[in-house]
Design a binder for this molecule. Structure first.
Ligand code: 4NP
Length: 154
């Protein structure tokens, strides 16, 4: 099983959206038994909560089912076999500070092909623009899946 984990700050807006979208793409590609998808936050303020209503709404509008609840990232998530995909540079810096360097730590938008000028997924908790975040997340997830399929030969 190839494990992919998406990481943001609170695990209620961006990383659950990415988890839902990526799992949807993985299932569409027939790789549901090959790729495991998860998400977590660098902070634990929202542990146990359902995603922000803006994330729930945008996922519903795009036909993506998501049943997860927020949790904080831990050392066990950082196993080198995992692809660790952060939403912004603050998330990657926090992960490096807490857990050290990881060979497969990336930012989601490193894989985007339609939004090459954007490097960080802006936090809709502050901006309120969940639809724009969805567009960025979808672009990044499509590129990420293509990259992982090539790298892992699946
Ligand atoms: P997320 O957004 O990192 O995309 O889940 C946030 C959620 C909560 C907070 C900040 C960002 N917060 O400060 O509570």
């Amino acid at each position: 099983m190839i494990h992919v984990i998406f990481v943001c700050l609170g695990n209620i807006c961006r990383s659950p959206m990415a988890e839902g979208v990526f799992a949807h793409l993985v299932a569409e590609a027939g790789l549901g038994e090959v790729v495991a998808v998860d998400s977590a936050g660098t902070a634990g303020y929202h542990t146990g909560e359902r995603p922000h209503r803006g994330t729930q709404q945008v996922l519903r509008e795009h036909g993506v089912v998501y049943n997860g609840r927020a949790r904080q990232v831990s050392q066990a998530d950082m196993n080198p076999a995992h692809w660790v995909v952060a939403m912004d540079g603050e998330n990657t810096a926090d992960l490096r500070r807490q857990f050290g360097e990881h060979p497969r730590l990336h930012r989601l938008l490193d894989f985007a092909t339609q939004h090459r000028h954007v490097q960080n997924v802006p936090d809709p908790y502050y901006t309120g623009n969940f639809e724009y975040v969805y567009e960025l997340v979808l672009d990044g997830c499509q590129g990420l899946l293509a990259h992982i399929r090539q790298a892992e030969g699946v």
